[in-house]
Design a protein around this ligand. Structure first.
Ligand code: SF4
Ligand code: SF4
Length: 177
């Protein structure tokens, strides 16, 4: 994970959510953990057992729901069953989906809004949202998800913009690996 300096929205609290304690790789813990496994300090539904002595990395992490006042309560990760985050080292914006509900981000209202956001990022930066689901990765385009082959470095993927008859589409090119 990497952090961006960010200030959470004042009236949003994690409450019973602890999904970041499950879905991230976390290497600063006394027992580092892989994505998809609960941190051994987490008591799901109750929170962190060491909340009064949190590691700095945990104390300073905020998902996009905590940072963006425009995202309503349905986007809180324990309700959505995915985390929207700027903190993944390989993606400017990532969706970490709970493997227990692998299609969570494909439901509405999430699907439409994520597709609009993907289009905005593609138009502005030429990159897009990356979906992480366990060990699987996929690029999100406005009209589809494209799986990323295992072993491909996300930084080496080129995304081509095509315009035909007023319709814009995007297509990834994966390096040989
Ligand atoms: S995923 Fe977001 S809302 Fe949930 S515990 Fe982590 S920072 Fe809080
Ligand atoms: S130490 Fe606490 S806040 Fe940090 S990952 Fe573990 S349960 Fe979550």
């Amino acid at each position: 994970m990497k952090w961006v300096e960010a200030v959470p929205v004042a009236d949003k609290a994690c409450g019973p959510c602890a999904l970041c304690c499950k879905l991230f790789d976390i290497d600063w813990l006394d027992r580092p953990k892989a994505a998809g496994k609960w941190c051994h300090h987490c008591r799901p539904g109750q929170g962190c057992a060491i909340w009064n002595a949190l590691p700095a990395g945990c104390a300073t992490y905020f998902c996009v729901w905590r940072l963006d006042p425009a995202l309503g309560p349905e986007w809180r990760p324990d309700r959505a069953r995915f985390i929207l985050t700027h903190a993944h080292q390989d993606a400017p914006l990532a969706v970490l989906v709970d493997p227990a509900q692998p299609d969570a981000h494909r439901r509405e209202p999430y699907h439409s809004q994520l597709a609009r956001t993907a289009r905005d990022i593609l138009e502005g930066r030429g990159s897009t949202i990356v979906i992480f689901r366990g060990q699987e990765r996929a690029l999100l385009f406005p009209d589809r998800e494209v799986p990323v082959p295992r072993g491909v470095d996300l930084a080496e993927i080129c995304i081509e913009r095509r315009e035909r008859a007023g319709q814009v589409t995007w297509a990834p090119a994966f390096p040989n690996h």
